[in-house]
Ligand binder design. Structure first.
Ligand code: FES
Ligand code: FES
Length: 182
């Protein structure tokens, strides 16, 4: 089979005879989808995390994966979602994008799309994820700036067992022009 078809942020992509060595992270950069960052390029930092969705036994499953390790040739019939595909400041932020801003969880921002897509994929896979699930799911995402606490705090607010009445950490003021879409 020489033709490869997958969805990228909801748009159909068809490639003819793609290079078997082409990595998803490089493909995204070449295509101008630059929200996904590459830091280590070796599967160690999570900056390049995107969500892959595929059909298994008749149902759709979602995973956060490292785009720097994912061969484009392995994507036939799947759907790839990057941070551009879930929201932006013009059309509304995804809740994972919004919570990281609202809790001061980003500084240089290079790791942020990876944390966001990992959280987004977790919630798509497990809408009732608990605080501990969020804590357990970020072992593959590194940040050199924030010290992690504000990132994790923001993510925990998305958990099904998050109790705002027990949360003593003041949120920061998010630019009111940043709408939250979902
Ligand atoms: Fe892919 Fe670090 S750039 S895991
Ligand atoms: Fe700079 Fe995480 S905000 S690496």
């Amino acid at each position: 089979m020489r033709e490869l078809t997958f969805l990228l942020n909801g748009e159909r992509v068809t490639l003819n005879n793609p290079d078997p060595a082409l990595l998803l992270s490089d493909f995204l950069q070449q295509r101008g989808v630059t929200g996904t960052k590459v830091a280590c390029g070796q599967g160690g930092c999570g900056a390049c995390t995107v969500m892959i969705s595929r059909r298994v036994d008749g149902r759709v499953v979602h995973h956060g994966v490292n785009a720097c390790l994912k061969a484009v040739c392995s994507l036939d019939g799947m759907s790839v979602t990057t941070t551009e595909g879930i929201g932006d400041v013009h059309h509304g932020l995804d809740q994972a994008q919004h919570c990281i801003a609202a809790h001061n969880g980003t500084q240089c921002g290079f790791c942020t799309p990876g944390f966001v897509m990992n959280a987004h994929a977790l919630l798509r896979a497990r809408p009732q994820a608990r605080e501990q699930d969020f804590e357990d799911s970020f072992g593959g995402n590194l940040c050199r700036c924030t010290g992690y606490r504000p990132i994790l705090h923001g993510m925990r607010t998305l958990a099904s067992d998050y109790d705002a009445s027990r949360d003593q950490t003041p949120p920061c003021v998010v630019d009111p022009t940043f709408p939250k879409s979902r």
